[in-house]
Ligand binder design. Structure first.
Ligand SMILES: Nc1nc2c(ncn2[C@@H]2O[C@H](COP(=O)(O)OP(=O)(O)OP(=O)(O)O)[C@@H](O)[C@H]2O)c(=O)[nH]1
Length: 590
């Protein structure tokens, strides 16, 4: 037996910012390598593309590759994007063994790419960075599908300089994100440094180098992790639950260990108890005809890891995308327990009150929940699936306005839910970047808080105190009109004024500044004030300090809710007013 026989193909996933070229790269890897009938041609699986070592050797112009490397090839997951990476799990880790992080060389890192790097750091997944679209550098001289070194030699000095500079910038950005890196051909130890491979997904230049680096990474990092039991029961992860004409609900899955056979009993995770069923058919894509569903697939009797396959079986309707799937050859109950345990590992703790979150798969739900936990934002309910009318009805009953919210990660708002949401006070946040969802939610909460503070603060009687200036008594009474200086806070019309002992002596009926009626006077201003109630010389005197009589309820709000927003002179005024009131009643406004 060859020593390779128990090493499976490493699973590779592509992550990167929108439009930086994930799909083009995957298409190129698929396209340039499909040469019909040729030995070592790629195999198209369900949800994944396999590039065997022979083909990589050929592309790299190194016929000895198969002897150098022990991994049999590379299996690329067809769904690009970081959410695919986080949602596809195997035994609590990432399903992908290796990751390609793609960056547009002309644009550099974007928030989404930085988020990908954080996720990779957390999962400790080996990755390579590709600097894509190098053919867009002005003056580029392309050679289709050429290795990097060959095409680099063909460029003018100016183009080489620009390329070097751009790679250097990417290295700088990686450094800021906490990774040492270098252009891949200058990296000697891939365990310490991330390789940056300049490529063009359009012309195929640099792709041989990329494949080579991936093989090297697989060899270095994964040798021990890639061994599998070729005859063991199949273990995999569900990519998607799909309705197929004539077949009903089917599941697309990536098998990452063992063997799956037609007729096998399988156990799959669902929202309730794991589903037990029997494989009716194992399906692979059929190239010859893609027109009729019946011809879209061909049946196989068994598949071996790593591979992508479609399973047709009864009772698949309630399977959750991202769930574990296991073949049960002997003790089925033990396997059910294993699947249950795997699902329990993806535990999301919920509380009585908090946000309602929805995501497309179990893994992405967990990723979102983790980020929310980090921000100490509580979750009331976490579910896989699109946002439905039922969700809206449920959340409508929540009284706390900050939790009357649904956060959707990679999900749709179903049409009837959209309609219902329009006529409710519920706020929906839907995005495919977790950080964006959390930032948007936090920003919205802040805005809402500020808004309600402003409304409260407008309605509330604010503290204020003023001194009656000597020789500025314009009228003794009915109303008394006196010149005053505002010593702290603010004074307004239609509020009561109190003396230092707390007795209320009257109400401010008018304020004039330089002969003009004004509604208020701020600290430092000298104005004329009309006070209905007292007689100057009796209840109030020149040089006396008077206070705005803040109602007890308002004082409470000022002290407990708005305190942080008050200025120093407002605080001083409020405190001395509270002191006056609490002299008679220590519990006043408490
Ligand atoms: N010139 C040039 N254009 C490229 C290259 N790679 C991708 N593009 C173009 O960039 C655009 C976006 O590429 P996609 O492959 O769709 O990007 P993506 O990352 O898959 O985008 P999403 O699926 O939207 O996340 C397309 O118009 C591609 O033709 C490249 O190497 N060179």
């Amino acid at each position: 037996m060859n020593e390779k026989s128990n090493l499976r193909t490493p699973i590779v996933s592509v992550m990167g910012h929108v439009d930086h070229g994930k799909t083009t790269l995957l298409d190129k890897i698929r396209g340039t390598t499909i040469t019909s009938g040729e030995a070592g041609a790629i195999t198209q699986h369900i949800g994944a593309t396999e590039v065997p070592i022979d083909l990589i050797s050929k592309k790299c112009g190194d016929s000895n590759l198969a002897n150098k490397f022990i991994v049999p090839g590379l299996l690329f997951i067809d769904t690009p994007g970081h959410h695919a990476f986080t949602s596809l799990r195997s035994r609590g880790g990432a399903l992908a063994d290796l990751v390609i992080v793609i960056v547009d060389i002309n644009e550099g890192f974007m928030p989404q790419t930085k988020e990908s790097l954080e996720i990779l750091k957390r999962f400790k997944t080996p990755f390579v960075v590709v600097a894509n679209k190098m053919d867009r550098i002005h003056g580029w001289n392309p050679t289709q599908d050429a290795p990097f070194s060959a095409t680099y030699q063909n460029q003018s000095q100016r183009v080489k300089d620009i390329l070097d500079q751009k790679v250097y910038e990417i290295v700088g950005e990686l450094y800021e994100a906490g990774f040492n890196s270098n252009r891949y051909d200058r990296v000697t130890d891939f365990q310490r440094n991330i390789g940056v491979v300049p490529i063009s997904a359009s012309t195929g230049e640099g792709i041989p180098d990329l494949l080579m680096v991936l093989m090297g990474l697989a060899q270095k990092f994964l040798e021990s992790d890639l061994s599998y039991d070729a005859d063991g029961p199949g273990v995999g992860t569900v990519l998607e639950v799909k309705e197929e004409k004539g077949l009903g609900a089917t599941i697309d899955l990536i098998l990452y260990d063992g063997k799956l056979r037609k007729g096998d009993t399988i156990v799959i995770g669902s929202s309730g108890e794991p589903i037990k069923t029997k494989v009716r058919a194992l399906l692979k894509p059929n190239y010859l005809s893609e027109i009729r569903t019946e011809d879209k697939f061909r049946q196989v009797n068994e598949v071996t890891a790593a591979t992508g396959v479609k399973v047709s079986a009864p009772d698949l309707e309630n399977v959750l995308a991202g769930s574990p799937i296991r073949a049960a050859t002997g003790d089925v109950d033990r396997v059910v327990d294993e699947v249950k345990k795997e699902l329990e590992d993806i535990k999301i703790s919920t509380e009585n009150t908090g946000l309602t979150i929805k995501a497309d798969t179990i893994g992405s739900l967990e990723a979102l929940a983790n980020e929310l936990a980090e921000e100490e934002i509580p979750i009331r309910k976490a579910e896989v699936g699109d946002i439905s009318q039922r969700d809206i009805i449920e959340v409508s009953a929540i009284e706390d306005q900050y939790y009357s919210v649904i956060i959707g990660f990679n999900v749709k708002v179903l049409p009837d839910a959209k309609e219902k949401a329009q006529f409710s006070d519920i706020k929906l946040f839907v995005n495919d970047v977790i950080y964006k969802l959390i930032d948007d939610y936090k920003e919205w909460v802040e805005e809402k808080k500020a808004l309600s503070q402003n409304t409260i603060s407008e309605m509330i009687v604010k503290p204020g105190r003023f001194t009656i200036l000597p020789d500025y008594v314009f009228r003794q009474s009915k109303p008394a009109v006196v010149g005053v200086k505002v010593n702290g806070g603010i004074i307004k019309t239609n509020v009561n004024v109190a003396k230092k002992d707390g007795t209320v002596v009257g109400k401010i009926k008018g304020i004039q500044s330089e002969g003009e009626n004004v509604g208020e006077a701020k600290v430092g201003m000298e104005v004329a004030v009309a006070i209905e109630g007292p007689v100057v010389g009796r209840q109030i005197k020149e040089n006396e300090m008077l206070y705005i009589d803040v109602p007890e309820k308002h004082a409470k709000i000022l002290e407990h809710e708005l305190y942080d927003s008050l200025k120093d002179h407002e605080i001083e005024t409020l405190e001395s007013f509270l002191e006056i009131k609490r002299k008679n009643n220590p519990f006043w406004a408490k």
